[in-house]
Design a protein around this ligand. Sequence first.
Ligand code: HGY
Ligand code: MN
Ligand code: MN
Length: 431
Amino acid sequence: MPASLLDVDRDRIATAARRVMARCDELARVSATAGAIERVYLSPEHARVNRLAAEWMREIGMTTRQDAAGNQLGRLGDPDRPALMIGSHLDTVPDAGRFDGIVGVLMALEVVRLLRGSGGHEDGAGSPLPFALEVIAFSDEEGTRFGKALLGSSAVAGTWDDAWWALADADGTTLREAFLEFGLDPGRIREAARHPDELVGYLEAHIEQGPELDERGESLAVVSSIASARRFQLVVEGEARHAGGTPYDRRRDALLGASEAALAVERICRSEHHIVGTVGQLEAYPGAVNIVPGEAHLSLDLRGEFDGERDRVWRRIEREFDDIMGRRGLRWQSREIHNAPAVYCAPLLQDVMRAGIRAATPNGPADPAVIFSRAGHDGMAIGAVADVGMLFLRNPDGISHHPDESVAGGDVARGIQALSEAVLLLAAERG
Ligand code: HGY
Ligand code: MN
Ligand code: MN
Protein backbone atom coordinates (compact mmCIF):
# COMPACT_ATOMS: atom_id res chain seq x y z
CA MET A 1 0.00 0.00 0.00
CA PRO A 2 1.70 3.21 -1.11
CA ALA A 3 2.40 5.57 1.80
CA SER A 4 -0.28 8.18 2.40
CA LEU A 5 0.61 11.44 4.11
CA LEU A 6 -2.93 12.73 4.07
CA ASP A 7 -4.53 11.98 7.44
CA VAL A 8 -8.05 12.62 6.27
CA ASP A 9 -10.84 10.07 6.21
CA ARG A 10 -12.46 9.09 2.95
CA ASP A 11 -15.82 10.65 3.89
CA ARG A 12 -14.26 14.11 3.94
CA ILE A 13 -12.71 13.52 0.54
CA ALA A 14 -16.04 12.24 -0.81
CA THR A 15 -17.77 15.35 0.59
CA ALA A 16 -15.15 17.53 -1.06
CA ALA A 17 -15.77 15.84 -4.41
CA ARG A 18 -19.52 16.30 -4.09
CA ARG A 19 -18.96 20.00 -3.38
CA VAL A 20 -16.78 20.28 -6.51
CA MET A 21 -19.43 18.64 -8.70
CA ALA A 22 -22.19 20.87 -7.27
CA ARG A 23 -20.09 24.00 -7.82
CA CYS A 24 -19.32 22.96 -11.39
CA ASP A 25 -23.09 22.98 -11.92
CA GLU A 26 -23.40 26.36 -10.18
CA LEU A 27 -20.67 27.92 -12.31
CA ALA A 28 -22.19 26.39 -15.46
CA ARG A 29 -25.23 28.56 -14.85
CA VAL A 30 -23.09 31.71 -15.17
CA SER A 31 -23.17 32.02 -18.95
CA ALA A 32 -23.61 34.64 -21.66
CA THR A 33 -25.99 32.36 -23.54
CA ALA A 34 -29.14 30.68 -22.24
CA GLY A 35 -29.06 26.90 -22.57
CA ALA A 36 -25.30 26.79 -23.24
CA ILE A 37 -22.11 27.57 -21.33
CA GLU A 38 -20.08 30.53 -22.56
CA ARG A 39 -17.88 32.71 -20.37
CA VAL A 40 -15.29 34.88 -22.07
CA TYR A 41 -12.55 37.21 -20.90
CA LEU A 42 -13.57 40.53 -19.33
CA SER A 43 -17.29 39.79 -19.63
CA PRO A 44 -19.98 40.25 -16.95
CA GLU A 45 -19.88 36.44 -16.56
CA HIS A 46 -16.13 36.60 -15.90
CA ALA A 47 -16.76 39.15 -13.12
CA ARG A 48 -19.52 36.98 -11.60
CA VAL A 49 -17.47 33.80 -11.41
CA ASN A 50 -14.54 35.72 -9.96
CA ARG A 51 -16.84 36.95 -7.17
CA LEU A 52 -18.05 33.41 -6.53
CA ALA A 53 -14.50 32.02 -6.49
CA ALA A 54 -13.39 34.79 -4.12
CA GLU A 55 -16.28 33.95 -1.78
CA TRP A 56 -15.25 30.27 -1.75
CA MET A 57 -11.61 31.24 -1.16
CA ARG A 58 -12.54 33.42 1.82
CA GLU A 59 -14.74 30.60 3.17
CA ILE A 60 -11.59 28.52 3.74
CA GLY A 61 -9.66 31.38 5.29
CA MET A 62 -7.78 32.63 2.23
CA THR A 63 -7.07 36.28 1.58
CA THR A 64 -8.26 37.19 -1.90
CA ARG A 65 -7.40 39.59 -4.70
CA GLN A 66 -8.14 40.08 -8.37
CA ASP A 67 -4.88 40.82 -10.14
CA ALA A 68 -4.22 43.40 -12.86
CA ALA A 69 -5.18 40.92 -15.61
CA GLY A 70 -8.49 39.87 -14.05
CA ASN A 71 -7.21 36.58 -12.57
CA GLN A 72 -8.78 35.73 -9.20
CA LEU A 73 -6.33 34.64 -6.49
CA GLY A 74 -6.59 33.31 -2.95
CA ARG A 75 -3.67 32.91 -0.52
CA LEU A 76 -3.20 31.04 2.74
CA GLY A 77 0.00 31.11 4.76
CA ASP A 78 2.90 33.27 5.72
CA PRO A 79 2.96 36.40 3.48
CA ASP A 80 6.76 36.28 3.38
CA ARG A 81 7.02 32.70 2.19
CA PRO A 82 7.07 31.58 -1.45
CA ALA A 83 3.79 30.01 -2.53
CA LEU A 84 2.83 26.80 -4.22
CA MET A 85 0.24 27.92 -6.79
CA ILE A 86 -2.57 25.50 -7.60
CA GLY A 87 -5.32 26.28 -10.07
CA SER A 88 -6.73 26.35 -13.58
CA HIS A 89 -9.07 28.61 -15.59
CA LEU A 90 -12.73 29.69 -15.33
CA ASP A 91 -13.20 30.99 -18.87
CA THR A 92 -14.71 28.72 -21.51
CA VAL A 93 -15.02 28.06 -25.22
CA PRO A 94 -18.43 28.68 -26.83
CA ASP A 95 -21.03 25.99 -26.01
CA ALA A 96 -18.59 24.51 -23.52
CA GLY A 97 -18.64 21.63 -21.11
CA ARG A 98 -18.80 22.32 -17.38
CA PHE A 99 -15.43 20.85 -16.31
CA ASP A 100 -12.67 22.12 -18.64
CA GLY A 101 -10.63 24.36 -16.32
CA ILE A 102 -13.42 24.79 -13.78
CA VAL A 103 -12.92 21.43 -12.06
CA GLY A 104 -9.22 22.23 -11.52
CA VAL A 105 -9.94 25.51 -9.74
CA LEU A 106 -12.53 23.89 -7.49
CA MET A 107 -10.29 20.89 -6.71
CA ALA A 108 -7.52 23.31 -5.72
CA LEU A 109 -9.88 24.89 -3.18
CA GLU A 110 -10.66 21.47 -1.71
CA VAL A 111 -6.96 20.63 -1.43
CA VAL A 112 -6.43 23.84 0.56
CA ARG A 113 -9.45 23.03 2.72
CA LEU A 114 -8.08 19.53 3.47
CA LEU A 115 -4.49 20.59 4.08
CA ARG A 116 -5.56 23.53 6.15
CA GLY A 117 -7.57 21.22 8.40
CA SER A 118 -5.23 18.21 8.57
CA GLY A 119 -1.81 19.39 9.62
CA GLY A 120 -1.81 22.04 6.95
CA HIS A 121 -2.18 25.74 7.56
CA GLU A 122 -3.99 26.56 10.77
CA ASP A 123 -3.85 30.32 11.06
CA GLY A 124 -1.42 30.95 8.25
CA ALA A 125 1.48 31.80 10.53
CA GLY A 126 3.88 29.04 11.57
CA SER A 127 2.16 26.56 9.31
CA PRO A 128 3.87 23.16 9.08
CA LEU A 129 4.05 23.49 5.28
CA PRO A 130 7.29 25.20 4.24
CA PHE A 131 5.41 27.33 1.73
CA ALA A 132 2.19 29.30 1.43
CA LEU A 133 -0.65 28.00 -0.74
CA GLU A 134 -2.22 30.07 -3.49
CA VAL A 135 -5.24 29.16 -5.59
CA ILE A 136 -5.52 30.92 -8.94
CA ALA A 137 -8.50 31.09 -11.29
CA PHE A 138 -7.03 32.19 -14.60
CA SER A 139 -9.22 34.57 -16.59
CA ASP A 140 -8.50 33.68 -20.23
CA GLU A 141 -6.92 30.33 -21.02
CA GLU A 142 -9.03 29.64 -24.12
CA GLY A 143 -8.56 32.86 -26.09
CA THR A 144 -12.21 32.64 -27.17
CA ARG A 145 -12.84 36.40 -27.27
CA PHE A 146 -9.63 37.81 -28.72
CA GLY A 147 -8.08 34.75 -30.44
CA LYS A 148 -4.84 34.91 -28.44
CA ALA A 149 -4.95 32.27 -25.70
CA LEU A 150 -3.34 32.32 -22.23
CA LEU A 151 -3.76 36.10 -21.74
CA GLY A 152 -4.36 35.82 -17.98
CA SER A 153 -1.49 33.41 -17.34
CA SER A 154 0.85 35.33 -19.68
CA ALA A 155 0.36 38.39 -17.45
CA VAL A 156 1.23 36.30 -14.37
CA ALA A 157 4.29 34.91 -16.16
CA GLY A 158 5.46 38.41 -17.03
CA THR A 159 5.32 37.70 -20.78
CA TRP A 160 2.53 40.17 -21.68
CA ASP A 161 3.02 41.75 -25.13
CA ASP A 162 1.69 45.30 -25.56
CA ALA A 163 0.88 44.45 -29.20
CA TRP A 164 -2.07 42.47 -27.79
CA TRP A 165 -3.91 45.67 -26.76
CA ALA A 166 -4.98 46.14 -30.39
CA LEU A 167 -6.55 42.65 -30.60
CA ALA A 168 -10.27 43.03 -31.24
CA ASP A 169 -13.24 40.76 -30.57
CA ALA A 170 -16.04 39.93 -33.04
CA ASP A 171 -17.74 43.26 -32.21
CA GLY A 172 -14.56 45.24 -32.85
CA THR A 173 -13.95 45.96 -29.15
CA THR A 174 -10.21 46.04 -28.54
CA LEU A 175 -8.54 44.31 -25.63
CA ARG A 176 -7.62 47.74 -24.25
CA GLU A 177 -11.25 48.93 -24.41
CA ALA A 178 -12.45 45.68 -22.81
CA PHE A 179 -9.94 46.13 -19.96
CA LEU A 180 -11.27 49.63 -19.26
CA GLU A 181 -14.90 48.49 -19.45
CA PHE A 182 -14.12 45.68 -16.97
CA GLY A 183 -12.57 48.21 -14.58
CA LEU A 184 -8.93 47.25 -15.15
CA ASP A 185 -6.12 49.67 -15.94
CA PRO A 186 -4.06 48.56 -18.98
CA GLY A 187 -1.17 50.67 -17.66
CA ARG A 188 -0.91 48.42 -14.58
CA ILE A 189 -0.89 45.04 -16.38
CA ARG A 190 2.69 44.33 -15.35
CA GLU A 191 1.65 44.36 -11.69
CA ALA A 192 0.17 40.90 -12.33
CA ALA A 193 3.62 39.47 -13.07
CA ARG A 194 5.10 37.11 -10.45
CA HIS A 195 8.82 36.64 -9.79
CA PRO A 196 10.26 33.08 -9.82
CA ASP A 197 11.37 33.54 -6.22
CA GLU A 198 7.74 34.02 -5.14
CA LEU A 199 6.65 30.63 -6.45
CA VAL A 200 7.53 27.11 -5.35
CA GLY A 201 5.78 25.78 -8.45
CA TYR A 202 2.44 25.52 -10.23
CA LEU A 203 0.14 22.45 -10.05
CA GLU A 204 -2.99 21.96 -12.12
CA ALA A 205 -5.62 19.23 -12.19
CA HIS A 206 -7.55 19.05 -15.47
CA ILE A 207 -9.78 16.60 -17.35
CA GLU A 208 -7.72 14.77 -19.97
CA GLN A 209 -9.74 16.02 -22.97
CA GLY A 210 -8.75 12.81 -24.71
CA PRO A 211 -9.71 9.11 -24.55
CA GLU A 212 -6.54 7.49 -23.14
CA LEU A 213 -7.47 7.12 -19.44
CA ASP A 214 -10.98 5.99 -20.39
CA GLU A 215 -9.53 3.35 -22.73
CA ARG A 216 -7.02 2.23 -20.08
CA GLY A 217 -9.75 2.08 -17.43
CA GLU A 218 -7.67 4.27 -15.12
CA SER A 219 -8.69 7.24 -13.02
CA LEU A 220 -5.70 9.58 -13.05
CA ALA A 221 -2.52 10.28 -15.02
CA VAL A 222 0.67 12.27 -14.68
CA VAL A 223 1.18 14.79 -17.47
CA SER A 224 4.66 14.66 -19.04
CA SER A 225 4.41 17.77 -21.21
CA ILE A 226 1.95 20.20 -22.75
CA ALA A 227 1.85 20.43 -26.53
CA SER A 228 3.32 23.47 -28.23
CA ALA A 229 0.70 25.42 -30.15
CA ARG A 230 0.49 27.87 -33.00
CA ARG A 231 -2.74 29.48 -34.26
CA PHE A 232 -3.18 31.25 -37.60
CA GLN A 233 -5.87 33.23 -39.38
CA LEU A 234 -5.63 32.51 -43.12
CA VAL A 235 -7.16 34.44 -46.04
CA VAL A 236 -7.61 32.85 -49.51
CA GLU A 237 -8.27 35.27 -52.36
CA GLY A 238 -9.88 34.29 -55.66
CA GLU A 239 -12.56 36.09 -57.66
CA ALA A 240 -16.26 36.47 -56.94
CA ARG A 241 -18.30 35.61 -60.06
CA HIS A 242 -21.79 34.64 -61.14
CA ALA A 243 -22.60 31.10 -59.95
CA GLY A 244 -24.54 30.38 -63.12
CA GLY A 245 -22.74 32.08 -65.94
CA THR A 246 -19.12 31.34 -64.95
CA PRO A 247 -17.69 28.18 -66.56
CA TYR A 248 -15.45 26.09 -64.26
CA ASP A 249 -12.28 26.86 -66.21
CA ARG A 250 -12.89 30.58 -65.55
CA ARG A 251 -13.40 30.20 -61.83
CA ARG A 252 -11.04 31.10 -59.00
CA ASP A 253 -13.15 29.72 -56.18
CA ALA A 254 -11.62 30.70 -52.82
CA LEU A 255 -13.85 28.37 -50.83
CA LEU A 256 -12.73 25.31 -52.80
CA GLY A 257 -9.11 26.33 -52.32
CA ALA A 258 -9.69 26.69 -48.57
CA SER A 259 -11.52 23.38 -48.44
CA GLU A 260 -8.68 21.58 -50.21
CA ALA A 261 -6.29 23.26 -47.76
CA ALA A 262 -8.29 21.99 -44.77
CA LEU A 263 -8.17 18.44 -46.14
CA ALA A 264 -4.43 18.82 -46.73
CA VAL A 265 -3.95 19.81 -43.06
CA GLU A 266 -5.67 16.59 -41.97
CA ARG A 267 -3.71 14.43 -44.43
CA ILE A 268 -0.32 15.93 -43.51
CA CYS A 269 -0.88 15.89 -39.72
CA ARG A 270 -2.19 12.32 -39.73
CA SER A 271 1.03 11.25 -41.44
CA GLU A 272 3.12 12.81 -38.64
CA HIS A 273 3.82 11.67 -35.02
CA HIS A 274 2.18 13.58 -32.14
CA ILE A 275 1.11 16.42 -34.44
CA VAL A 276 -2.47 17.65 -34.66
CA GLY A 277 -3.83 20.34 -36.95
CA THR A 278 -7.41 21.58 -37.01
CA VAL A 279 -9.35 24.02 -39.16
CA GLY A 280 -12.07 25.16 -36.75
CA GLN A 281 -13.36 28.19 -38.62
CA LEU A 282 -14.15 28.55 -42.36
CA GLU A 283 -16.13 31.39 -43.92
CA ALA A 284 -16.85 32.19 -47.57
CA TYR A 285 -17.31 35.73 -48.86
CA PRO A 286 -19.44 37.42 -50.07
CA GLY A 287 -21.38 34.38 -48.83
CA ALA A 288 -24.30 34.49 -51.27
CA VAL A 289 -25.89 31.35 -52.61
CA ASN A 290 -25.47 32.44 -56.24
CA ILE A 291 -21.93 33.86 -56.14
CA VAL A 292 -18.67 31.90 -56.57
CA PRO A 293 -16.77 32.76 -53.35
CA GLY A 294 -14.10 35.34 -54.08
CA GLU A 295 -12.58 35.10 -50.62
CA ALA A 296 -12.39 32.59 -47.80
CA HIS A 297 -11.20 32.99 -44.22
CA LEU A 298 -10.08 29.95 -42.22
CA SER A 299 -8.29 29.29 -38.94
CA LEU A 300 -5.52 26.80 -38.27
CA ASP A 301 -4.68 25.36 -34.84
CA LEU A 302 -1.40 23.40 -35.07
CA ARG A 303 0.13 21.51 -32.12
CA GLY A 304 3.06 19.22 -31.52
CA GLU A 305 4.99 17.54 -28.75
CA PHE A 306 8.14 19.40 -29.80
CA ASP A 307 8.38 22.96 -31.11
CA GLY A 308 10.82 22.01 -33.88
CA GLU A 309 8.60 19.20 -35.18
CA ARG A 310 5.55 21.46 -35.11
CA ASP A 311 7.43 24.17 -37.05
CA ARG A 312 8.72 21.66 -39.62
CA VAL A 313 5.14 20.50 -40.24
CA TRP A 314 3.98 24.12 -40.58
CA ARG A 315 6.57 24.63 -43.33
CA ARG A 316 5.30 21.43 -44.99
CA ILE A 317 1.73 22.78 -44.81
CA GLU A 318 2.83 26.12 -46.27
CA ARG A 319 4.39 24.37 -49.28
CA GLU A 320 1.22 22.33 -49.81
CA PHE A 321 -0.92 25.48 -49.63
CA ASP A 322 1.33 27.14 -52.24
CA ASP A 323 0.73 24.17 -54.57
CA ILE A 324 -3.04 24.12 -54.02
CA MET A 325 -3.52 27.85 -54.48
CA GLY A 326 -1.12 28.02 -57.40
CA ARG A 327 -3.01 25.27 -59.20
CA ARG A 328 -6.32 27.10 -58.63
CA GLY A 329 -5.08 30.59 -59.49
CA LEU A 330 -5.62 31.75 -55.91
CA ARG A 331 -3.53 33.81 -53.50
CA TRP A 332 -3.27 33.13 -49.80
CA GLN A 333 -1.74 34.74 -46.73
CA SER A 334 -1.48 33.82 -43.06
CA ARG A 335 -1.35 35.84 -39.83
CA GLU A 336 -0.13 34.10 -36.69
CA ILE A 337 -2.30 35.00 -33.68
CA HIS A 338 -0.94 32.64 -31.03
CA ASN A 339 2.36 30.88 -30.41
CA ALA A 340 3.09 28.94 -27.21
CA PRO A 341 6.13 26.68 -26.88
CA ALA A 342 5.79 23.20 -25.42
CA VAL A 343 6.25 22.99 -21.66
CA TYR A 344 7.80 19.92 -20.06
CA CYS A 345 6.48 19.20 -16.56
CA ALA A 346 9.22 19.32 -13.94
CA PRO A 347 10.54 15.83 -13.01
CA LEU A 348 10.06 16.46 -9.26
CA LEU A 349 6.46 17.56 -9.80
CA GLN A 350 5.84 14.54 -12.03
CA ASP A 351 7.27 12.35 -9.26
CA VAL A 352 5.08 13.78 -6.48
CA MET A 353 2.04 13.56 -8.76
CA ARG A 354 2.88 9.91 -9.51
CA ALA A 355 3.25 9.11 -5.80
CA GLY A 356 0.03 11.02 -5.07
CA ILE A 357 -1.83 8.94 -7.66
CA ARG A 358 -0.46 5.71 -6.21
CA ALA A 359 -1.61 6.74 -2.71
CA ALA A 360 -5.04 7.78 -3.99
CA THR A 361 -5.56 4.69 -6.16
CA PRO A 362 -4.10 1.80 -4.12
CA ASN A 363 -5.86 -0.68 -6.41
CA GLY A 364 -4.67 1.15 -9.50
CA PRO A 365 -1.57 0.37 -11.58
CA ALA A 366 1.80 0.39 -9.81
CA ASP A 367 2.91 2.62 -12.64
CA PRO A 368 0.26 5.31 -13.26
CA ALA A 369 -0.27 6.51 -16.83
CA VAL A 370 1.95 9.30 -18.12
CA ILE A 371 0.27 11.34 -20.87
CA PHE A 372 1.51 14.06 -23.24
CA SER A 373 -1.19 16.75 -23.25
CA ARG A 374 -2.40 17.61 -26.73
CA ALA A 375 -4.67 20.18 -25.13
CA GLY A 376 -3.21 23.51 -24.13
CA HIS A 377 -3.18 24.72 -20.52
CA ASP A 378 -2.16 27.75 -18.50
CA GLY A 379 0.97 25.88 -17.49
CA MET A 380 2.29 26.68 -20.99
CA ALA A 381 2.57 30.32 -19.91
CA ILE A 382 3.39 29.76 -16.24
CA GLY A 383 6.31 27.54 -17.27
CA ALA A 384 8.21 30.78 -17.95
CA VAL A 385 8.18 31.65 -14.26
CA ALA A 386 7.69 28.41 -12.28
CA ASP A 387 8.02 24.64 -12.51
CA VAL A 388 4.79 23.05 -13.74
CA GLY A 389 3.10 19.83 -12.67
CA MET A 390 -0.22 18.53 -14.02
CA LEU A 391 -2.67 15.79 -13.07
CA PHE A 392 -5.21 14.44 -15.58
CA LEU A 393 -8.60 13.06 -14.61
CA ARG A 394 -10.40 10.44 -16.70
CA ASN A 395 -12.75 12.14 -19.15
CA PRO A 396 -15.30 9.56 -20.34
CA ASP A 397 -15.09 9.14 -24.13
CA GLY A 398 -12.54 11.97 -24.09
CA ILE A 399 -15.19 14.41 -25.27
CA SER A 400 -14.46 18.03 -24.34
CA HIS A 401 -15.14 21.54 -25.63
CA HIS A 402 -18.67 20.12 -25.87
CA PRO A 403 -21.72 20.10 -23.55
CA ASP A 404 -21.36 16.31 -23.15
CA GLU A 405 -17.97 16.76 -21.44
CA SER A 406 -18.04 14.77 -18.20
CA VAL A 407 -16.01 13.52 -15.25
CA ALA A 408 -16.97 11.00 -12.54
CA GLY A 409 -17.32 12.17 -8.93
CA GLY A 410 -15.18 9.21 -7.84
CA ASP A 411 -12.35 10.32 -10.11
CA VAL A 412 -12.65 13.86 -8.74
CA ALA A 413 -12.36 12.43 -5.20
CA ARG A 414 -9.28 10.41 -6.17
CA GLY A 415 -7.88 13.49 -7.89
CA ILE A 416 -8.36 15.65 -4.80
CA GLN A 417 -6.58 13.06 -2.70
CA ALA A 418 -3.75 12.63 -5.22
CA LEU A 419 -3.23 16.39 -5.46
CA SER A 420 -3.25 16.75 -1.66
CA GLU A 421 -0.75 13.92 -1.31
CA ALA A 422 1.45 15.54 -3.97
CA VAL A 423 1.47 18.83 -2.06
CA LEU A 424 2.41 17.09 1.18
CA LEU A 425 5.16 15.13 -0.59
CA LEU A 426 6.49 18.34 -2.08
CA ALA A 427 6.43 19.92 1.40
CA ALA A 428 8.35 16.95 2.78
CA GLU A 429 10.80 17.22 -0.09
CA ARG A 430 11.39 20.88 0.63
CA GLY A 431 11.72 20.15 4.33
O1 HGY B 1 -7.28 24.68 -26.93
C1 HGY B 1 -6.92 24.02 -25.98
O2 HGY B 1 -6.22 23.05 -26.11
C2 HGY B 1 -7.30 24.43 -24.60
O3 HGY B 1 -8.47 23.75 -24.24
N1 HGY B 1 -7.47 25.85 -24.53
MN1 MN C 1 -10.26 24.22 -23.21
MN1 MN D 1 -8.65 23.90 -20.14
